[in-house]
Each structure stands twice: as C-alpha cells, then as structure tokens.
Design a protein around this ligand. Structure first.
Ligand SMILES: Cc1ncc(COP(=O)(O)O)c(C=O)c1O
Length: 376
C-alpha cells in the first residue's frame, strides 16, 4: 500500500468540475492579473477570517516581505522570529537588510517561546514575527503584551495556519498584520502560488496594496519602492472554489489527527511531550528513553483550534527518527522532515550561531511529519 503525504488529484476530485468552470471563466474573460476574481476572493477570505482588509499577493514569502516593509523594516533593523521555521520567515527580514534575531522553540507545540521573545527585545527591534507552526497558533497573549510595552508591531506568519485559533481568535487577526501562503501543501492551496496579507489597519492595507504594484496607487506614479507581488486571476478563481470546502476539509483533518494520535498511543506507545504548555518558559526538560515517540501536543489551542497543516511527531535519540523514516518508506508510507536544519545553523545566517537553541536543534534531528490528509 502506498501512503503519500499529499494526493492533490484525489483531494480535488470532488470539485474538479467547479475548478474547470472557474478556469474557463477566467480564460474567457481575458483578464489574468488583479481583476474581479482577486477582488472577490479578497472579500470572501477576509470575511472567512474575520478581518476587514485582505490583500492577495504573489506568495507567502512575499506576503512576509510586504508586511515587514509596511511596518518600516529596513537595513540594520532587528526582527525577532523563531529559528525553527521555514526559511521564508527569516529570509524576508534579510531580504530587506534587516537582522533576524532568533528565539528557541517551546517543548510543547514547537512554536516560539514567548519568554525569549520578551527577553530579546532591544532598542533596535523593529518587529516580531510569530510563526504559527504546523497549523497551531503560537501563544499570542504574552508576545502581544511584550510588544505592546514598546509599541513594536507583531506580524503573524500564518502561512501554515489558515483557520487556526488562539483562544477563539483567528490566526491573522491578532497581530498588526497576518501573512498567509496558498502553496499547494497549505490549508488552502492554489494550483500554483499565492499569498495574502491581512490587517485591521486601513492605512497599512493601503500601503501593502501599493507595494504590491511597485509602490504606485495611480499607474506609473510611484510613491514608494515596491515590486511585482500580484496575485493571478486564475489562482484567485481556484481559491474561491476551494474556500467553499475549507471548513469541511479542516474538520476532516482534525478527526484524522485524533484517530492517528489514538493509533500511535495504542501501537507505538506514543506519549505527549509535556504535561502542560511551556510556551512561556521551559520547565525541567525530561529526557525520554531513545526511540520514544512523542505526539503533537495542542497546548493552548482548544478543541478544533489546531488546523493540523502537518502532523509532526518526535522520535527521541540519535538516528532514531531517520531509522523510522526508512522503515516507513520501505512500507510505502511517505514522510517529510520539517525542518532538518534550524535558521541559526543555515550557512547564510551563520553569523547568528552565538546563541544556543537546544530545543530547535533537537527538533531538527528528531521530528517527522506523517501523512494525515488521507482517509484513515
Ligand atoms: C512558516 C512559513 N512561512 C512562509 C512560507 C512561505 O510561503 P510561500 O511558499 O507561499 O512563499 C511558508 C511556506 O512553506 C511557511 O511554511
């Protein structure tokens, strides 16, 4: 039996005809970039998220770049972000000449540690990026509180977490700006690339809209230096179809996650990594016996608040994760490693090695994403 991480052909099958109709509509309109489909999508997704301004952009990486640029991040500015994340988080900071200041991950949900965010705020801190990793929100309250004291904008990297909540609040509505990705593996995937910036602030939304088209509100009259970060009509049309099915897809994934947790407890004696949330500071770290399977832990997210973009287990002990991966592969079960190297260890950020990030490093050796988007 083959178990893929993701089978998009099968996922799209129930609404294939609607996708084809959407394609034909755009084809026949002759309008392919920033048109009525993008406008309608921005309206619909904004309502779904519950945010007044939603700006469709080229992809999630550019969404981060635009959000950082909108709050004024430039050369030499420090931006606090987790080291255990996808490259785009820290990459966007560096693309603007900023300096990513890394924090370690919490042992519970693997999101950034709120206590370290507060500790690393300096006079040079221009923004904080809270990443909602694997579909679960970071612990936003202490991060927002620390930022508020110094009036520092918080950008939510919600690329993996469309639909996730923290104490009832939707990802992308809690910080100054929210950034989403519509890469095909994400909760809402385009048939290509796409992204979104959300905000409650009308001025910031207007700024992002300008930056999206080379900094011009009126064509050929440039108020600032932006770029080409436009969302395509075809992608918006596809995303509008898929948005109608997002609630049921998230519900199904939540059910799958519960069943997989039960299965791993029964068959592999898997255990939870901690007894309670430690996002606000690490307690005593207990080392488990090598080969222990640690389950994903929904620490501060209540029922249904985790969107399970990835189902990530931890297998303790040197080489144990890789052994398990090989065994599963031999049985036809595809897995993925998110992420094999933390940002502070990347060659391009090698100057940032001075701090220690023991949790992030352990996660990069021990975590393994299992397939979840399948009927179990
Ligand atoms: C946490 C995170 N941030 C940003 C991005 C970038 O999104 P995109 O691939 O659409 O550029 C991703 C995509 O994998 C991501 O996982």
């Amino acid at each position: 039996m083959k178990v893929p991480m993701l089978d998009l052909v099968a996922e799209h099958a129930p609404y294939r005809a609607e996708l084809v109709t959407a394609f034909e509509k755009v084809l026949d309109s002759g309008r392919f970039v920033l048109g009525p489909e993008v406008e309608a999508f921005e309206q619909e997704i904004g309502e779904w998220i519950g945010v007044p301004h939603a700006v469709g952009v080229s992809n999630g990486s550019d969404a981060l770049l635009l959000a950082l640029q909108a709050v004024g991040v430039g050369p030499g500015d420090e931006v606090i972000c987790p080291t255990f994340t996808f490259f785009a988080t820290a990459g966007a900071v560096a693309r603007l000449g900023g300096v990513p200041v890394f924090v370690d991950s919490a042992e519970c949900c693997y999101n950034l540690r709120a206590d370290q965010v507060a500790a690393k705020i300096s006079p040079k801190t221009k923004a904080i990026i809270a990443v909602h990793l694997f579909g679960q929100c970071a612990d936003m309250d202490p991060i927002l509180a620390a930022a508020k004291k110094r009036n520092i904008p918080v950008i939510e990297d919600a690329a993996q977490a469309l639909g996730a909540k923290d104490k009832g609040r939707m990802a992308g509505t809690m910080g100054t700006l929210g950034c989403f990705s519509f890469f095909p593996t994400k909760n809402l995937g385009a048939m290509g690339e796409g992204g979104l910036v959300t905000t409650k602030d009308a001025d910031l939304a207007e700024k992002v809209r300008k930056l999206r088209v080379h900094g011009a509100k009126v064509k050929y009259f440039h108020e600032m230096i932006g770029g080409n970060f436009r969302l395509h009509e075809l992608q918006a049309a596809f995303l509008r179809v898929k948005l109608k099915y997002l609630d049921s897809a998230l519900k199904r994934r939540n059910q799958n996650a519960k069943r997989l947790i039960q299965l791993l407890q029964d068959k592999w004696s898997a255990i939870m990594p901690v007894e309670s949330c430690v996002c606000q500071g690490q307690g005593e770290v207990e080392s488990e016996k090598p080969g222990t399977c640690l389950l994903p832990f929904s620490c501060h997210s209540g029922a249904g608040e985790h969107t399970w973009n990835q189902f990530v287990i931890r297998v303790t002990g040197e080489g144990q994760r890789d052994d398990l991966r090989e065994k599963l592969s031999a049985k036809g079960v595809q897995t993925e490693i998110y992420y094999p190297r933390a940002m502070h260890e990347q060659d391009c950020f090698s100057g940032k090695k001075s701090d220690s990030f023991p949790m992030a490093e352990a996660l990069s050796w021990e975590t393994l994403a299992l397939p979840l988007r399948i009927p179990l």
